[in-house]
Design a protein around this ligand. Structure first.
Ligand SMILES: Nc1ncnc2c1ncn2[C@@H]1O[C@H](COP(=O)(O)OP(=O)(O)OP(=O)(O)O)[C@@H](O)[C@H]1O
Ligand SMILES: [Mg+2]
Length: 712
């Protein structure tokens, strides 16, 4: 596990495959993207609204061009700048003629440099660029406004419904009078507030929609992936399971899938968001003031360099951290599950010492990662601060030159903050992207595994099969080159009980694996009622041939659930089966009877009782052929008696193969095969084999002398 790649560079092929999981949920993706764009626009619109109301309603100033004055520079004034993207309603256009004077809004003069403007003012072509005139539309509905205009008739000139008053004159008015004249600005501010509020609410709402849709899509993709993985894994052969430890498969279906989900929600969506914010900010900055925007752009390369360096460092740190994390996990889970051995062999101190080392390394790795982030984050912060400082400096310089308005300056400072925020997250996101790549690769490795036992057989077994088993020169190896079954041939006649004995590792359990096609043979043939088992559909074969496996496995759940294992066995059948194999007595004796909940590993019933339950499970399916792989663990005499009784019923009227370790169990078998190193070396019934004084005799003597066998 440890050597596995934890992070991996960007790989377009894996990315494409990961994205292909998004295809069924493309509608959610579209919703997320649309919401993202709208949300970003709303978010970026807010500083613009502030800028607009500052420049158009709070700090209004008009400059004056004496009529008849013409200069090429004035063409620049006419073209002007200003953003049209978000225009709040203005009560006046940007250029108005009142009493023979052309008035232009000061904000439109930003196209002129301070020097040009000073020159123009000197030549008398431009007046009051800085502290000039206030223009408004006299409105009869504003109470008292008309009276103010009449009272100051000398200061206010009026033409075509537009009135102009110089700011110097206005200073002499009372605050109340000024308020009456500037009524249009208060209503403009109210509109701006409303627009701001709408933008705020919609930015919140669309952010919510975007997050929700993206998360939902991510969760659905995860669910699909886990489903596909589980489905695929369950279908694989035992050979595949042998190669892939359970722990690893579990990690694939949980952790690796989760990193992919993280990539969707944290990286992909956030990346699009960051990108759209950054692009959006630049668009807004350029439309507000290209000059200042260019200065901002200059601060980008150093940040990009810092980001790239930190990215590499972050990857190494992350890799180390994950490595030590997995080592600590592995050590902990092993030592804790084997705590009994740890205690019995007095390994507590040594274990603690080992763990101290691992733990310290994990801390070092964690600190290493911290260190990278601790240096990188402040660095980006620093660049963001320097950039903001530069903007304030150059902006203020322009502002004093009247090159830009205060509103634009404030909007710039605000937007720069938003611009650097995404940059700060990039390195963290890159790490997630890398682990998602590695995770994706491993997930697809499993999805691509194609080691299922072929199930293409179509030969149907007759309903009343007899159960004639035939092994014909069978050869088999788990691993290439290590032959376990060597040229094995035998018959089991319908209804016959055959016992197989042999030393441990002789290949007895392997026979079950071959007959039930958990593994496929290398050469030779296995036939059931004359039909090669490879030609029988797997489901039919496994219904006809049921093994009672050596290491009984019960699932957590009730005893009833474990006997029924699904709905194709009714409760009555399960009860009958339990009675038949004499499991009923002890189950009824339990406090909750059949509803007793088994713990993980069924440790709350004895191993003999586990066996009885597994007998009932098999009998309830009523298979034609039963293979009994006897458990090696010894059990008490009472349970042994019960199991003997249960076995008798289990095997009655069926073709059966009994793999026995306690020779006492098989003395009544019709025939006994003695297996050694993948071959049958002796055959006969109990008495015959004893007489032959071969391997069976030796085995029997050994057990008898050790007091395991009971001589008849
Ligand atoms: N899944 C497996 N992958 C690789 N080798 C295996 C596997 N299962 C068993 N073997 C090997 O095959 C040989 C036969 O194993 P098998 O389980 O058939 O023995 P057995 O006769 O049932 O032994 P026991 O009496 O201890 O139950 C052993 O040498 C074992 O190492
Ligand atoms: Mg075995």
């Amino acid at each position: 596990m440890e050597d596995e790649e934890i992070v991996k560079g960007y790989d377009p092929i894996i990315m494409k495959r990961i994205l292909s999981f998004l295809r069924p949920h493309w509608k959610l993706g579209v919703i997320a993207i649309v919401a993202l764009v709208i949300g970003t626009i709303a978010e970026l619109g807010m500083p613009v609204v502030v800028q607009r109301s500052l420049d158009n309603n709070l700090l209004v100033n008009w400059a004056r061009i004496p009529s008849g004055a013409e200069a090429p520079e004035l063409r620049a004034i006419a073209t002007g700048t200003g953003i049209s993207a978000l225009r709040l309603p203005l009560s006046l256009p940007d250029e108005v003629v009142v009493s023979g004077f052309r008035y232009v809004r000061s904000t439109r003069l930003s196209a002129l440099s301070g020097k040009d403007r000073a020159a123009l003012e000197k030549r008398g072509i431009l007046e009051g660029a800085e502290n000039g005139w206030y223009l408004f539309r006299p409105d009869a509905k504003v109470q008292g406004q008309a009276a103010v205009i009449t009272a100051h008739a000398s200061a206010i000139s009026e033409e075509d419904g537009v009135a102009a008053v110089s700011r110097a004159d206005m200073k002499g008015f009372t605050p109340a009078e000024r308020r009456m004249l500037r009524d249009q600005d208060s209503s403009g501010l109210i509109v701006a507030c409303l627009v701001f509020f709408i933008l705020l609410v919609s930015s919140f709402a669309f952010n919510f929609i975007e997050t929700f849709a993206a998360q939902l899509a991510g969760q659905r993709v995860m669910t699909d992936m886990r489903m596909r993985l589980f489905n695929h894994t369950v279908g694989q052969s035992m050979a595949f399971m042998n190669k892939n430890p359970v722990g690893r498969l579990v990690t694939r279906m949980t952790n690796d899938v989760e990193t992919i989900n993280q990539m969707f929600t944290d990286v992909l969506v956030a990346f699009m968001k960051d990108l759209s914010v950054m692009v959006g900010v630049f668009v807004v900055l350029f439309s507000l003031n290209p000059h200042l925007a260019l200065i901002t752009l200059c601060t980008l390369p150093p940040v990009a360099i810092v980001t790239m360096v930190s990215r590499a460092k972050a990857r190494d740190a992350y890799r180390r951290q994950r490595l030590w994390m997995s080592r600590v996990n592995a050590y902990l889970s092993e030592r804790l599950s084997g705590i009994q051995v740890v205690k019995l062999f007095a390994r507590e101190r040594a274990s603690v010492k080992d763990f101290r080392g691992l733990n310290a390394n994990l801390m070092k790795a964690n600190l290493g990662e911290m260190y990278v982030f601790a240096t990188f984050r402040p660095l980006v912060d620093l660049f963001a601060a320097i950039s903001t400082g530069a903007i304030i400096y150059f902006g203020a310089l322009q502002f004093t030159n009247l090159g830009i308005s205060l509103g634009v300056l404030i909007a710039f400072i605000n937007l720069i903050g938003r611009f650097y925020q995404p940059v700060q997250d990039i390195s963290e996101k890159y790490t997630i992207l890398q682990s998602a790549m590695a995770g994706g690769e491993r997930v697809f490795q499993i999805m691509d595994a194609d080691e299922a036992i072929p199930d293409s057989g179509t030969r149907l077994l007759p309903t009343g099969i007899r159960g004639h088993i035939e092994f014909d020169h069978v050869k088999f190896s788990y691993k290439k080159g290590e032959e376990i079954i060597r040229d094995l041939s035998f018959h089991v006649l319908p209804g016959e009980t055959v016992a197989i004995v042999g030393y441990t590792g002789a290949g007895k359990t392997t026979l079950i694996n071959l007959l039930t096609r958990l593994w496929d043979i290398d050469s030779g043939g296995i036939r059931l009622d004359g039909v090669p088992i490879a030609e029988i559909p797997l489901g039919d074969l496994r219904r006809a041939v049921q093994p009672v496996i050596q290491d009984v496995f019960l699932f957590s759940g009730t005893i009833m659930d474990n006997i029924r294992l699904g709905d194709d066995v009714s409760e009555e059948r399960a009860l009958d089966a339990a009675r038949l194999v004499h499991a009923h007595e002890f189950i009824e004796g339990l406090q909750d009877g059949y509803n007793t909940v088994l713990s993980e590993g069924a440790t709350n019933v004895s191993s003999g009782q586990r066996q009885l339950i597994s007998f009932a499970r098999v009998v309830a399916r009523d298979p034609r052929v039963i293979i009994l792989d006897e458990a090696t663990s010894s059990i008490d005499t009472e349970t042994e008696r019960l199991i003997q009784l249960g076995m008798k019923e289990l095997l009655r009227g069926r073709t059966s193969i009994v793999i026995a370790h306690r020779l006492s169990t098989i003395q009544h078998a019709d025939r006994i095969f003695v297996m050694s190193a993948g071959r049958i070396v002796e055959e006969g019934n109990h008495q015959e084999l004893l007489k032959a004084r071969g391997m069976y005799y030796t085995l029997y003597r050994l057990q008898y002398e050790n007091g395991f066998g009971d001589e008849e």
